[in-house]
Design a protein around this ligand. Sequence first.
Ligand code: GCB
Length: 597
Amino acid sequence: MEKESGNYQSDIHNADYEKEYLQFRLDASDLINITNRETESLNGKWNFAPDLYDTCRRAHWYADTRPTVDESEVPLDYDWEGWERLTVPAVWNLEQPQLHYFEGAGVYTRTFRYLPKTKGERLLIRFEGVSYRAVVFLNGKIIGTHDGASTPFNADITDAVQTENRIVVVADARRSPFRIPMENTDWFNYGGIYRDVYLVRLPPVFIKDWFVRLAPDGIFSTILVDVTVAAACGSPANGRALLEIPELSVKQEIAVQNGKGTARISASIQLWCPENPKLYEISISFGTGAAVDTVNDRIGFREIKTKGHEIFLNGKKIFLRGVCVHEDHLTLGKTTNSEIIRQTIRDLKEMNGIYLRLAHYPHDARFARIADEEGVLLWEEIPVYWAVAFDNPDTYQDAENQLSELILRDRNRASVIIWSVGNENADTEPRLAFMSNLAQKAKDMDGSRLVSAACLIDHEKLLIKDRLTDFLDVIGINEYYGWYDPDFEKLPKILANSNPGKPVVICEFGGDGRLGQRGSADDLWTEDKQKRLYEQQVETLKKCPYIAGTTPWILYDFRCPRRLNRYQQGFNRKGLIDADRKSRKPAFYVMQKFYRE
Ligand code: GCB
């Protein structure tokens, strides 16, 4: 990829410059479970420049060659160390005022030093979230391209790493009709390397992944285990893995052939549930002597099932008392931390809730881990949102890959009970094929959870009607009666007219009420109107026999460029709590009372 000598401007004629980077994909097949492995952080200050014209990729800046013409140096248009320094992880939009609305490609770079610690070790670089496309280069060479703003990816960089290294990451946050999500969403399109980056050292033969869960057979005493072992040299890993769960006196050998091992183990298990989020320490090892690789996790065992129109957790009927939440924070945007997650869960509990819909994309990996500890149930979702390019095969690949990465990341988390494959998509043939394939993919990868999506209502016939519901375990419905459709009386009619035969969760309802805005219960944008709307909703919903849960829209106000009236001012104001994440609106207490009762 070096510039041809004497032709240093060749890049300006290269319109198809992205192609060369797209051959090197990083996707779910590369993903390594790094839970509890020792990591070396690459967070901190990186040099950064917004690259509006994609010159880094067009002109191969990352190659860091010094082109000459007739032995004289030619001028370069970049200067890594001369660039400003930006925080990683962070969304660039909130780092500098001039980057607030920037939606192009930003180039990040830094150096790091690497000295191997053990013979034959592999080195992995891991990104927890880069919005949206990331193109990673190390020491002048491409490492890979990843699509999807909210799922992790990693690459084995053993062959490219040196003692002194320069890494260059192009983070391209451009919206596009072909991406997941597409260009029009009801949330802010934050850009940048906004989640952690780190290095992980792995032995030559290592445990790539594990999936440990309760067999969903209604008996609650069988643990199912899948282990994947990878040999970096590509030779098949054969041998025996050892799974230990000391508290259950489990010490089970698992035969591994061609990198795969499975087991069924009987044990007398204390089940995980919101009232008693019991987690067991587990360890898995593979190999012998100095070459042994050991991983650790903390796993809860629980069963989630449906029968008729009811949902059962560990055989007991459950009503999902929840609320939706975006990963949007006033000063951090989509970047989060454990304290913010814990506070979100405290706010949910104050509302007497046990369940969160993490809308509309995969949230930070720490969320499900903390929810495991805190006994909170989760709906996790991929951003197949509104008018996706359902007939485009590449768009499907992207969606399926994001779903796979999410499932691989979180399938050991007891808290996660539902995978959602999308939100409010028009019922067309291409959409049905696209989303039913995703639902099937989720079931194939994970038989221990339910699959759902926010489906459609026929607003003319006043009926829950969506062909996708045939492929789902739980039907999600978003309805805004009393708000977008002021005629609230349609809601009881829809509920009475429908006979879905499956559990229905109302995964959105609500309306905007700006904090402190007062008026009568008929005045739009007031806390008073929002409160009455909630009262009407809960009165109606609690009478409907097939509703198995509710997650009103939404816990906190969030930033959204589509919302531009004087009350909104760039925010969706449907929060039960203001964007300050502190000030409660009266509707919060309506939900609190409903869930208490
Ligand atoms: C919806 C969407 C959600 C929006 C919400 C609203 O149906 O699923 O993303 O933010 O309505 O406020 O309009």
